[in-house]
Design a binder for this molecule. Structure first.
Ligand code: GLY
Ligand code: MN
Length: 462
């Protein structure tokens, strides 16, 4: 776990970065499923967790940049609550964990904010993405709900993104913890899956293993023999010999840092020849992309490198044709590889994207493309030491997309449409690893998880 000192230093750094004013950080409340005492599993806001480290509901914090002071706001447990749910740390104890001495009831937050706004001071807020947070900000700052978005502080968004993007050794250790769990679930799934089993059995085993280790999934598991559906959360298929299964799943560390790994494996003991062909192309693209990672490298260039590897490989298999460079420039590879190469990862699996995907992945040097496929690239800007990113190319045969492109003969100079009919039942292949950008290159995080054809087949046959 991270130390109290870490949270104090993080807030001090934020205070140094901002000019003046107050920073309002709203923690999440419980979210009821059907009545107030049946909540969904609690999920703290990533920025609140980053600056306070408190993973419990019902709190807010106010950081006074000018006074170099932080206040924690929250309820003390009532006797009734203690009767039903037991005793929990007091607000003062929570404050102490976060290195905060000034702990106040929620009503005090309202009066401090009213005093600040009356004095003409700036209150910096992050963009809310939960309705309950939007309502709270509107209420606290006396702004109509519909206008809350317009009072978001761009200065605060920039400061938080800059700070959270660079992971410390302590954070890397947390991510490595999440990687170790990801390795367990992926190798377990590769050992467990058998023809005749329902996908749901594998998903259940994954969630069970993580919960039994006081962890949980870092995002809803994607596991399917219909891997051409990029985020397939339907797990009702019965796996058959000859199918190819994609597992995209990660875990959480104690301090809630994420891992995000994808492996693709045959439901039978070995890949079929055409599965092996496509798998090798994706693997070559992933390895080439990882090799290219270094500080100063625009991630969009790495994405395009992976796209060229995909196009080159598919040309070798007779599914694409023409000049590879031109094919990628015009976006022909996106028929098969329609998503971006990766994203930042940290406390959130798509780290900080709630603050604005463009604010995290783009800057003055690179604008988001409008081309199909390339437009989905979440991270395009230059890499820096301390960035933790995913590298996750894939090749998919999406029948509806193939039919749509074939009908209009889209980019027909580069795509061998005649051959695609027989590939429409293939599914997809994606391979994903999590990587730290270092001062002189990169470091693959976690212990290796079987990835080569030989390693995967060895585990499948064991
Ligand atoms: N692991 C799911 C994603 O990156 O979107
Ligand atoms: Mn990912």
């Amino acid at each position: 776990m991270l130390t109290t000192e870490t949270y104090v230093q993080r807030r001090n750094k934020l205070i140094e970065t901002l000019d003046s004013g107050l920073v309002l950080l709203i923690g999440h409340d419980e979210s009821p499923m059907n009545f107030i005492d049946n909540p969904y599993p609690f999920w703290q806001d990533g920025s609140f967790l980053y600056y306070l480290g408190l993973n419990e509901p019902g709190m807010a914090a106010l950081i006074d940049v000018d006074e170099n002071h932080c206040t924690l706001f929250g309820h003390e447990r009532t006797l009734d609550e203690i009767v039903w749910t037991g005793e929990l740390p007091t607000l003062a104890e929570r404050g102490a964990e976060a290195g905060i001495a000034d702990c106040q009831p929620p009503a005090e937050l309202q009066s401090r904010l009213s005093a600040a706004t009356q004095a003409g001071r700036t209150v910096h807020c992050l963009p809310p993405y939960r309705d309950s947070t939007t309502l709270k900000i509107g209420h606290l700052l006396e702004v109509p709900t519909a206008d809350v978005e317009s009072i978001v502080s761009r200065e605060l968004v920039r400061a938080v993104v800059a700070q959270r993007s660079i992971k410390s050794e302590e954070e890397i250790a947390e991510i490595e913890q999440a990687m170790a769990l990801a390795r367990e679930i992926h190798t377990m799934a590769m050992r467990l899956a058998r023809p005749g089993m329902k996908e749901q059995e594998i998903v259940g085993a994954i969630e069970g293993l993580l919960i039994s280790q006081s962890s949980a999934v870092s995002f809803p598991v994607i596991f399917s023999v219909r891997g051409e559906v990029l985020h397939n959360h339907n797990h009702e298929n019965i796996m058959q010999e000859g199918d190819l299964a994609i597992l995209d799943a990660g875990a959480m560390s104690r301090a809630r840092y994420a891992s995000d790994i994808t492996r693709t494996f045959p439901v039978g003991p070995t890949f079929t020849p055409r599965q092996r062909d496509i798998y090798q192309v994706v693997l070559a693209a992933e390895e080439a992309a990882i090799e290219a990672l270094k500080p100063g490298k625009p991630y969009e260039e790495v994405h395009l490198l992976a796209a060229r590897k995909v196009a080159e490989g598919l040309k070798g298999l007779g599914l694409m044709k023409g000049d590879v460079e031109a094919a990628v420039e015009q976006g022909a590879h996106a028929l098969f590889f329609p998503h971006g190469l990766g994203h930042m990862m940290g406390l959130d699996v798509h780290d900080m994207e709630s603050l604005g995907e463009d604010d995290v992945g783009y800057d003055d040097t690179v604008a988001r493309s409008t081309q199909f496929g390339r437009a989905y690239l979440r991270l395009a800007k230059s890499l820096e030491p301390g960035h933790v990113i995913t590298v996750e190319p894939g090749i998919y045969f999406i029948p509806q997309l193939i039919d749509s492109w074939a009908k209009e003969e889209r980019l027909a100079d580069f795509i061998v449409y005649d051959k695609l009919e027989e590939w429409k039942d293939f599914g997809g292949v994606r391979i994903e690893d999590d990587v730290l950008v270092t001062a002189d290159g990169y470091r693959l995080l976690g212990e290796p998880i079987p990835k080569s054809v030989e390693e995967v087949e060895a585990l499948r046959s064991s």
